[in-house]
Design a binder for this molecule. Structure first.
Ligand code: NAD
Length: 351
């Protein structure tokens, strides 16, 4: 075994259908009494219901959370937070809503409870990506990490199947990159493999029957583990490419991860086959091709052109991909990345 350093992020994790009912107790346990409930416009009704159920502990709803955490939205939320006399936030939603809660906590250190309703994993990371005047910056700070995370599968029954699938593949991508991360260690490897296994079993079951609460619960369990890996070790080529495609070409977060994962896994299997072998075994012994077949069987998009990227952009994307590269097990070479992007654009199975 290699020598290693493992730093765990503190977390209180509550898993189970119906656990939304625990929010009130968790607010009190944090020593708080006025929670501002956060959501996107799409989940406003769910947030309103929670605020009503909280009674005196509910200070109101702010439902303008948006993708990539725009700073002007955070500033509006900070004004409301003060106006209603809030002393904590409850973020109900996926990465966009969680990002808003984190952005508030980064500014005023308020305690955060997250009720996570996608599989993106942001709830267990001390990382915040925010945008101002079109520029995205990423911060890491202890104040950003939510104190309490609740995974209630009943709230994910309304997550459309297509989003469930791409979000689940987004989670698997954290774990795959965690397996070969420079800071990997035996604990993150255990979490990564168990997270991949959980989602690999849960996603086909929930595609078959979207109201399968057990499959939804298992998917959240897998997402928690994969997200924890994301929050503990550094990410590599896969996340670099997805951030570049999202930031410079406006491609959607989860779908981009879903399409790129088989290709980046195949690329890095060239240098990290040993540490990826247990994950490859879950996908017929071939991680890249196996993940591609898996994604296709679930009805996920497999081609960047399906997301609106035009072929003429691939050269610029390859140039951007090799600028300020993240650490990666396989050397990041422009021609190889250009070829990878071409296959991902056309929706071909990775070589
Ligand atoms: P999202 O939060 O943007 O959600 C997409 C849409 O689905 C929203 O309208 C949301 O309200 C809706 N939705 C969410 N859960 C639902 C449910 N159960 N039922 C019905 N509708 C639901 O999507 P996401 O993929 O979770 O998050 C993406 C964002 O999170 C990106 O901005 C990404 O950069 C960020 N992110 C950050 C980290 C981190 O560690 N900082 C990690 C992962 C993702």
């Amino acid at each position: 075994m290699q020598a290693f350093t493992y730093t765990a992020n503190p977390a209180r994790i509550i898993v189970g259908p119906g656990s939304l009912a625990r929010v009130a107790d968790e607010i009190r346990q944090l020593g708080c009494s006025r929670a501002l409930v956060l959501s996107t416009p799409f989940q406003r009704e769910q947030a309103e219901q929670l605020n009503r159920a909280l009674g005196e502990l509910g200070a109101g709803v702010f439902s303008k959370a948006a993708m990539h955490t725009p700073v002007e939205v955070t500033q509006q939320a900070m004004v409301i937070f003060t106006e209603v006399g809030a002393d904590c936030v409850v973020a109900l939603g996926g990465g966009s809503t969680i990002g808003l809660g984190k952005a508030i906590a980064y500014r005023n250190d308020t305690p955060q409870i997250v009720v996570a309703t996608t599989y993106a994993g942001s709830e267990v990371t001390p990382i915040l990506g925010q945008t101002e005047k079109g520029m995205k910056t990423t911060l890491k700070d202890a104040s950003i990490l939510p104190e309490v995370v609740i995974y209630d599968a009943e709230l994910t029954l309304g997550l459309p199947v297509a989003m469930s699938v791409t979000s689940g593949l987004n989670a698997i991508a954290h774990a795959v990159e965690g397996l070969y991360a420079k800071e990997r260690n035996p604990i993150t490897a255990l979490m990564a493999l168990e997270g991949i296994r959980g989602l690999k079993d849960a996603l086909p079951a929930l595609v078959e029957r979207p109201d399968n609460v057990e499959a939804r619960n298992n998917a959240l369990y897998g997402a928690w583990l994969c997200g924890t890996v994301l929050g503990t070790v550094g990410m590599a080529l896969h996340h670099k490419l997805c951030h570049m495609l999202g930031g410079s070409f406006g491609l959607p977060h989860a779908e981009t991860h879903a399409i790129m994962l088989p290709h980046t896994a195949a690329y890095n299997a060239l240098a990290a086959a040993d540490v990826l072998a247990p994950a490859a075994a879950l996908f017929n012994g071939e991680l890249g091709g196996g993940l591609y077949d898996f994604a296709k069987s679930l009805g996920a998009p497999v081609a960047l052109k399906e997301l609106g990227l035009v072929e003429a952009d691939l050269d610029r994307a390859a140039d951007l991909a090799v600028q300020n590269p993240y650490w990666n097990p396989q050397p990041v070479e422009r021609d190889a990345i250009r070829a990878l992007l071409q296959r991902a654009w056309g929706g071909l199975r990775p070589e």
